[in-house]
Design a protein around this ligand. Structure first.
Ligand code: NAD
Ligand code: ZN
Ligand code: ZN
Length: 386
């Protein structure tokens, strides 16, 4: 195998050649890491709704990103080699790549108010690293890197500010979920919503992000946690995670916000939107109590607007958004790994299927049909050559 830091690694990756087409498994070449970059062997990656949306909603709900593209941003792996001037990582380290960096130096990193580090931001959004190019190529063509990560590849290269080093006993096939969905939902409740003890909460959308939000509400001591989903099959798991009751808006004769207001005698203290639909976002806001209700948007859409009746805000409600659950990524992720290892945080329960890379389109289909919570893709390195 190719472990020489100067060499190009040949391996398998799932390439998105164009929007709205299934991924295709290709032999790709992964170039050595440049200055302040780290090449990692991806061991496991979750498939997140955002991957699906960037592929099938490209140019619609999501801005159009350049193709061909290697998607995937919820992963864990092992450092294979490091580029010049990398001081915090060495080959063999267990790591979680981060779609949101924490450089530790910019104004935002120095502020306790936000996790929105802007290091390499513009390049990351267009699928390239700091020098304006990607490290992945296929058939002689540059393949863009999704959110600076691209974990649907057996190897990838990321900036050293977009990587969290984690403890050596962490199971990578589980902690990969802390690279996005679980950290996002959990942090949406505890960091962004700041859910309080004895409060009432409504969580819209019971996928991985929503279930993690329920877990956060429960850890924060909420007494009433109402799960909301149009797929009743999601209710059982939501209750396992701590939902006290669940409601299907399609089985209600009135708008879901009215149902929730009645159920709680005025509205919930916290509503968390984990769907990514503007209509659901408005309903979530309107399901909170006037005077102090807080609505947190975790669902992701880039081009659409949600409607807000001014009076809803005027009366004292708060509307907030969350990106990566408000965690400062490099510091936050290893702590979340500790919480999992100390059994304070569930991860195994999110995983409904484990598939090899060549079955990745099945993971997309299962997410679309609602048959899965999280599929974890196991990236065997046996096919690696070169
Ligand atoms: P998912 O597809 O697994 O789950 C979404 C759930 O919403 C499903 O159970 C679906 O049945 C339900 N749903 C659909 N329409 C609904 C409606 N009208 N009312 C109630 N429920 C409805 O997705 P996921 O991976 O959990 O991601 C959820 C959202 O969070 C996506 O929009 C994703 O892009 C976003 N996300 C945001 C961040 C962030 O940093 N803010 C990070 C990760 C994911
Ligand atoms: Zn994600
Ligand atoms: Zn920064």
């Amino acid at each position: 195998s190719s472990t020489d830091r100067q060499s190009v690694i040949k391996c398998k990756a799932a390439v998105a050649w164009e929007p709205r087409k299934p991924l295709s498994i290709e032999d790709v070449e992964v170039a050595p890491p440049k200055v302040h970059e780290v090449r990692i062997k991806i061991v496991a990656t979750g498939v997140c709704h955002t991957d699906l949306e960037y592929l099938y909603g490209a140019g619609k709900a999501m801005k159009f990103r350049p193709f061909p593209l290697v998607l995937g941003h919820e992963a864990a792996g092992i450092v294979e080699s490091v580029g010049p001037e990398v001081t915090k990582f060495s080959p063999g380290d267990k790591v979680i790549p981060l779609f949101l960096p924490q450089c530790g130096e910019c104004e935002r990193c120095r502020s306790p108010k936000t996790n929105q580090c802007r290091k390499n931001w513009a390049n990351t959004q267009v699928g390239v690293l700091a020098d304006g190019t990607s490290r992945i190529s296929c058939k002689g063509q540059q393949v863009y890197q999704f959110l600076g990560v691209s974990s649907f590849s057996q190897y990838t290269v990321v900036p050293d500010t977009s990587l969290a080093k984690i403890r050596s006993d962490a199971p990578l096939d589980k902690v990969c979920l802390l690279g996005c969905g679980v950290s996002t939902g959990y942090g949406a409740a505890i960091n962004t919503g700041k859910v309080e003890k004895d409060s009432s909460c409504a969580v819209f959308g019971l996928g991985a992000v929503g279930l993690a939000a329920i877990m956060g509400c429960k850890v924060a001591g909420a007494t009433r946690i109402i799960g909301v989903d149009i797929n009743t099959a999601k209710f059982e798991k939501a209750k396992e995670f701590g939902a006290s009751e669940c409601v299907n808006p399609n089985q209600c004769s009135r708008p879901i916000q009215e149902v929730l207001v009645d159920m709680t005698g005025g509205g919930v203290d916290y509503a968390l939107e984990c769907v990514g639909s503007p209509g659901v976002m408005s309903a979530a806001l309107e399901s909170t109590i006037d005077a102090w209700g807080t609505c947190v948007i975790a669902g992701w859409t880039e081009t659409e607007a949600m409607s807000v009746v001014v009076e809803k805000i005027l009366m004292g409600r708060t509307l907030k958004g969350t990106y990566f659950g408000g965690w400062k990524s490099v510091e936050g992720v290893p702590k979340l790994v500790d919480d999992y290892m100390n059994k304070k945080l569930k991860l195994d329960e999110f995983i409904t299927n484990i598939l090899p890379l060549d079955q990745i389109n099945v993971a997309f289909a299962d997410m679309t049909s609602g048959n899965s919570i999280r599929t974890v893709i196991s990236l065997s390195t046996e096919e690696t050559s070169g």
